[in-house]
Every structure is written in C-alpha cells, then in structure tokens.
Design a protein. Structure first.
Length: 478
C-alpha cells in the first residue's frame, strides 16, 4: 500500500517551526498508519470495484476514529448525530463516540481553574466536586457552589487539547479528500464537507469565552421574544476565561429519558413546541441558531422549563444562506415563486456537477427540489422523513435503498458517478463555502427536530404554525 501514500497531499507544511513540524510528522505517521490498518481492506475492494458491506465500512471508520482519540472522537459525535447525512447504519455505529471521555485528574482541573481565576479554588468556591458531572471529548464539567449558595457548573478544557486539535485538523482534510476523491468512499465525501464546518466549530469551542458570549446573547433574545419556557444557563464572566467557563447549574433530565420525564409528571410537548419555535424565530430574524440541539443538550427542568445546554456550536448564516433559508420557508408556506430562487441558488452554489449528475435540466431541477423538500417541511413528523432533505440541498446522488440489487458493473458506474459529483462540487468551490457549511448545519438541526417531533409531536409538522411563520417572515430579518 506504499503507492497509496504517494497520492496524499503534503501533510507537513514547511513554514512551521521545527518543533511543530516534528510533532505534526509524528501525528501524521500515526494518522496514516491507523487509517491504513483499519481501512486498507475497504479501500482495496473499492478501488477494484467490488461490492462492500456498509456495516464493515462504518465499523472500520469508527475504529480508526476511536484509535486516533479526542479530535476524531469529537468528529465521530457529529457523525453519530447525523443519520440523515451518513445513513442510519453509519450513525448507529458511531454512537459509541457519544459515550463519556476519560476523567481528567483533579489536580489538573483545579490548576486550570486557579490559573484562569488567579486565586486558590477555596477562595472562590465553598464546594467543588472532584468527580465530573460531564466528560466530553474536549472538556470536562464539574459542579461547584459559590459563597452565596448558588450552584454552578464549571467547564474546563482538557489539558493540551488545543495543540492536539490543531495538529489533527491539519491532517484530516488531506486524508478525507484522498479517501473521497481517490478511493471514492461516499462516507468520506461527506466527511470532507463535515470537516470544514467542524474546523470552524472546534476553533470556537477551544475558547470558552465564545460560548459565554453566545449564551448571554440568546438569554437576552429569548427574553425579548417572550420565550420564557426555554432556559439558557447564565454565564459568569468574572469566573471564566479561555479555558474555563463558569455558568448557572440547571437541574433536570434529558429530553429523551422518558421514564424519568414521566416520574416528573411534566408534558414535554409544549416545551418542544416552544424550542422549535425559538430556534426558527431567531434563525429567521438574526441568521443564527444553536448548532447542536441533540437530546443530551436539552434538559427537562424540575421547574417545568426546558434547558438548552452546550452553546459551543452555533450556526451563523451569511446573507445568501440566510436568504436561502427564508425562501425555503416561504416556498413551503405557498410562495410559488420561491422554488425557482431555491433551485437557482443551488445551481450557483454547487455548479454544473449538480445538474449533470442528477440528469436534470433547470426546470426539472426546480421540480425535483420541490418534490423532495415541500412534503418534508409540511407533513406531520409522524409521516415525514427529513433524511432526504440534506441530499436535495447539497446535491448528493440519490441512494437506491429498496431498489433491486445492482450488478457489479452498475455499482461501478454508480461509484464513478459519485466520484465525479464529489470532484465536481469540490472543483467548483462548493465544499467548504459558507453556503455549504450553513445549509449543512441547518439540515442537521432539522434532522434532530425530526427525532423529537416523532417522540412528542407526531401529528404536527415543522411548519404547523403557519400564521406565526407568515407574520415572522413578513417582518424581515434583523
């Protein structure tokens, strides 16, 4: 397999200082050897045009990610949370990445907090639990108590995680592009798209002051809009910094823990309805939204509100993508002129490869987009499946699940078509564009809402409150 490595782009930029280059080389060797160990068999079968078991590919990717550690596990969490992007089989395989990470030794946690606050721990907190209440890939969270009796959560970045992430992000792009464009793995093609947004997301998450500012903004916005049933923890800037975030502690149970919700005697439906309304309203008005509203980040609080946690991932739409989002809602609400605008923006964003690989002319593309998107936004959650929404928005070749088994020649033709599509949108500059990132994050959140909708709002659609939405769109953006 040495010849395979010859096609990889340079992994170690010469402009780096020598110590950083050495570290990058060491990590590059480990990354490539780990990828070869877990993906060699898959790559060979793909290059030979042989059929492959999707479960085997997913398992190989997941094992490679877990072997490589924190940054890849963080990316694996996004894969696990995006079945509409990667398919249920791949997403389910990556669910192990959602498990808690290792404990950080408490002396390292206390040293980080004391370094940020400039004071001994005992001078700031009357109690600081040594065992964490949360262990994520990039940070740990401990519960503490202030002298005035307030319970707080203290989020602390893992020691050395910023350096490791910076190194990994330099290596991920070339590796995924090789697997997508050279080997033709569709899963890797989606990782190419995910990688760029992931890079921006993680860069923000590695400075916890960004999360504090975001929480403060959304607390004000929800209060202004009268969305009192949605709770955002109050950040405490005086007790926070780049590596430490101290915030209000919210006491509740995760929204998908049905037995514990039943024990509280609360009805989740009106809370979920307000969360969906809050998400759409701020996205329409301001072009910004929580970018990771999975179940672990939503708590049904004992006081009857719904707490929304973990504001490190936030979507911010540029003007064109904001307009695309608004026109999509207007189209679903009955504006017939909007479908042509949506199709035109997709053509502009993804270039001729989108039309050529779908085999559709301009008018046919408009009909195709409408036929895919309209029912998904207007049908009740219990009937609709948002899985195909992202494929329409981002121009993937439609899958053939449920179709007759293809011959090896047909599978090879399909593989080549997928490779041409990935190469075409990449060469057009679509991959990594602000439109690509924005629509990807929007679609991912809609996929999350589909899950909660099926659980608590099966008879309602995403756009059930048509009067509210029509009035909101008529007001224009902020």
């Amino acid at each position: 397999m040495n010849s395979t490595l010859d096609h990889l782009p340079p992994l170690v930029p010469l402009s780096l200082p020598e110590p950083a280059r050495r570290e990058l080389r060491r990590r590059a060797v480990r990354t490539v050897t780990t990828a070869l160990r877990h993906l060699r068999g898959v790559a060979v079968r793909r290059l030979l045009g042989r059929s492959r078991d999707g479960a085997t590919v997913a398992r190989s990717l997941r094992r490679a990610f877990e072997s490589l550690g924190a940054t890849y596990v963080k990316l694996g969490q996004l894969v696990a949370s995006s079945p509409g992007v990667f398919g249920d089989a791949v997403a389910n395989e990556f669910r192990s990445c959602l498990d808690t990470g290792p404990v950080v030794p408490f002396p390292q946690v206390s040293a980080a907090v004391e370094r940020t606050l400039g004071r001994p721990l005992a001078d700031v907190f009357v109690r600081f639990d040594e065992l964490p209440i949360g262990r994520a890939s990039l940070a740990v969270v401990h519960r503490a108590t202030l002298p005035d009796g307030r319970a707080v959560a203290v989020k602390v970045l893992r020691p050395g995680v910023a350096r490791l992430v910076a190194t990994d992000l330099r290596l991920m792009g070339p590796l995924f592009e090789f697997l997508s464009l050279r080997v033709g793995l569709p899963e890797a093609g989606q990782l190419v798209r995910l990688h760029d947004g992931f890079r921006q997301q993680v860069a923000e998450e590695l400075d916890l002051r960004n999360e504090a500012r975001t929480m403060a903004f959304f607390r004000r916005r929800f209060a202004e809009l009268g969305l009192g049933m949605v709770a955002v923890p109050e950040p405490l800037p005086a007790l926070s910094g780049p590596d430490v975030l101290t915030m209000e502690f919210l006491d509740g149970v995760t929204i998908d823990d049905l037995p514990r919700i039943a024990a509280l005697g609360l009805d989740p439906r009106p809370l979920m309805e307000q969360v969906v309304r809050a998400w759409i309203e701020v996205a329409v008005r301001d072009g910004t939204f929580h970018g990771d509203v999975h179940a672990g980040n939503m708590l049904l609080l004992r006081d009857g509100r719904l707490g929304v946690l973990d504001w490190g991932i936030v979507g911010r739409l540029d003007a064109d993508t904001h307009r695309f989002f608004r026109r999509t809602l207007e189209a679903a609400l009955g504006d017939e002129t909007a479908w042509a605008d949506i199709a035109a923006q997709l053509r502009q964003a993804y270039g001729p490869a989108l039309r050529e690989q779908l085999g559709l002319g301009d008018a046919e593309l408009e009909v195709f987009v409408r036929n895919v998107m309209e029912p998904l936004l207007t049908q009740p959650f219990g009937e609709a499946s948002l899985t195909t929404l992202l494929t329409a928005i981002q121009g993937r070749v439609p899958e053939t699940d449920g179709a007759p088994r293809l011959s090896w020649r047909a599978r090879l033709r399909r593989l080549r078509a997928q490779r041409r599509l990935h190469a075409g949108v990449f060469e057009h500059g679509a991959v990594g564009s602000s439109f690509d990132r924005g629509t990807f994050l929007l679609a991912k959140q809609l996929l999350y809402f589909e899950r909660y909708g099926k659980m608590f709002m099966a008879d309602a659609s995403l756009l059930s409150d048509r009067a509210f939405l029509s009035a909101l769109l008529a007001q224009g953006g902020a």
